[in-house]
Write a protein that binds this ligand. Structure first.
Ligand SMILES: [Zn+2]
Length: 180
């Protein structure tokens, strides 16, 4: 089945399930997550707004992994392949709670904070809809536009950490240029 032909009702149902997954995962990990250290904050400050830096919480998971959404069973039945395995990722951001399987490098933290900034400008509904639609259109997690933006900005940061830019502005411009 070509995913692009999925009925809109089914797409919005998938987006609702992503929303539930993000909300419950955020709740699950929020209690064990901590604010940025002073050192992390200093490194990220030139690129992110105080609101993003104040709200972000970090959690390094040891000996356990984030489970995949229960909706995967249904998504697979619908013929959706290539679903991202959350246990195999480096880190995952649930709104403002960042869960990582390794210690945070500046590049990793930067990437995940881009997602925090994306969530901050969209409500959960819009974020989930953009993610699901991006996945359906591209057929892979890496090609979802929200993910590509995070990678591109992370590269920009890593290539030259003294070349300052505003992630909030980047997200705002991207959103204005990519109306839903
Ligand atoms: Zn990402």
């Amino acid at each position: 089945m070509d995913l692009k032909n999925l009925p809109p009702a089914m797409v919005s149902q998938l987006a609702n399930m992503v929303e539930d997954y993000v909300t419950s995962s955020r709740k699950k990990y929020a209690s064990q997550a901590l604010p940025l250290t002073d050192e992390q904050r200093t490194a990220m400050q030139p690129f992110f707004s105080p609101a993003v830096l104040d709200s972000a919480r970090l959690c390094v998971l040891r000996g356990t992994r984030v489970s995949n959404p229960s909706m995967y069973a249904m998504a697979k039945m619908m013929g959706i392949r290539n679903l991202p395995d959350f246990a195999a990722m480096t880190a995952i951001t649930f709104v403002d709670v960042i869960v990582s399987y390794q210690e945070f490098t500046d590049a990793l933290l930067f990437h995940e904070l881009v997602h925090v900034a994306q969530y901050a400008q969209m409500d959960m509904k819009e974020f989930a809809a953009r993610f699901v639609n991006g996945f359906i259109q591209s057929g892979s997690y890496e090609e979802v536009p929200l993910e590509k933006m995070a990678h591109a900005l992370e590269d920009r940061f890593s290539n030259n950490t003294t070349q300052v830019f505003s992630v909030d502005d980047e997200v705002r411009q991207w959103r204005a240029a990519n109306a839903q």
